[in-house]
Design a protein. Structure first.
Length: 247
C-alpha cells in the first residue's frame, strides 16, 4: 500500500510520524508541522483510503493500517521513529507500540479509541451510511463532536472531511469495528504520552484514562475546555506537550 506523505524539516533530524483522525488527511497537522520541524524530520501521512493515499476496497483492519506505516518506514529507510497520532491515528499508534515495538522510539496517542469493537454497530452503521450518502451525510455531526460550539475556524476541516473518499472512510470505520487494543497495553515499552480532552464525546476521557494507567510509565494529560480534535483547536496546549515528550 503506497501512502501519501509530506516531509518537513531536516533529513538528518530524528523522525516523527503524524497519523491523522478518521476522515482527515495530513493537512490537519498544519498547527504542529512547522513547530516540530524545527527539531525533527516530520513525516505527515494519509491513512489508506484518505487524502492522496490509495483507496482499496474495504473492509480494512487495524493490522492493515498499522502495517502500512511499517511499510512506509521501510520505504523511507527509517529504522525507528517517534509517532504522534490522534483518534484513528492514535489507535494505529497503540497497534504499532504493541506489534512493531522495535520501530517505535516514543509514542503520543491523542484521544485514541482503544476498544471501538465494543460498539461495532456504531461503526458498521456509519460505514453503510457513508457508502450510501457520502461523507456530507455525517459532516455536521462529526464537527459537532470534534469542536466546542465556540470554536469557529471549522471550514478547512469541513472541506477536508467532505473530500475524504467515501470508501476509504467507510472501510476505516470497519477497521475500528473489529479493533480491541486493550489486551496488549501492558506490554507497551515505548515511552508514552496519552492525551485526552474533558469534553470529548467521540472518545470520552473515561475510556482514555484507563489506557494511560495500563501502559507502564505512561504520562496522562487531560485538557480542559476541549473536544476531540485538540491538535487543531488547541495547538497552544498540544505543541508544548509534544515537544517536551518527543525531546
Amino acid at each position: 500500500m503506497r501512502l501519501n506523505y509530506v516531509e518537513t524539516g531536516s533529513a538528518d533530524a530524528p523522525v516523527v510520524l503524524l497519523g491523522s483522525s478518521l476522515g482527515a488527511d495530513h493537512t490537519m497537522w498544519a498547527p504542529q508541522v512547522d513547530v516540530l520541524a524545527e527539531r525533527f524530520r516530520v513525516i505527515a501521512f494519509d491513512h489508506r483510503g484518505h487524502g492522496g493515499s490509495e483507496v482499496p476496497d474495504g473492509p480494512y483492519t487495524i493490522e492493515d493500517l498499522g502495517g502500512d506505516v511499517v511499510e512506509l518506514l521501510d520505504t523511507l529507510g527509517v529504522e525507528q521513529a517517534s509517532y504522534v497520532g490522534i483518534s484513528l491515528g492514535g489507535a494505529v499508534g497503540l497497534w504499532l507500540a504493541q506489534n512493531a515495538p522495535d520501530r517505535l522510539h516514543r509514542l503520543v496517542a491523542i484521544c485514541p479509541p482503544s476498544n471501538p469493537a465494543a460498539t461495532p454497530d456504531l461503526w458498521t452503521g456509519r460505514a453503510a451510511q457513508v457508502r450510501a450518502e457520502g461523507t456530507q451525510s455525517i459532516a455536521d455531526a462529526t464537527l459537532g463532536r470534534w469542536f466546542l460550539p465556540d470554536f469557529k475556524d471549522v471550514d478547512p476541516i469541513r472541506e477536508m472531511l467532505l473530500a475524504c473518499p467515501a470508501e476509504g472512510y467507510a472501510a476505516c470505520c470497519e477497521a475500528l469495528s473489529t479493533t480491541n487494543l486493550l489486551p496488549g497495553l501492558a506490554g507497551i515499552s515505548a515511552p508514552a504520552l496519552i492525551i485526552t480532552a474533558d469534553s470529548d464525546t467521540s472518545v470520552p476521557p473515561e475510556t482514555v484514562i484507563p489506557v494511560a494507567t495500563q501502559i507502564p510509565g505512561a504520562h496522562l494529560e487531560i485538557l480542559e475546555n476541549a473536544a476531540h480534535l485538540v491538535t487543531y483547536s488547541h495547538p497552544h496546549l498540544i505543541n508544548p506537550l509534544l515537544l517536551a515528550h518527543l525531546a
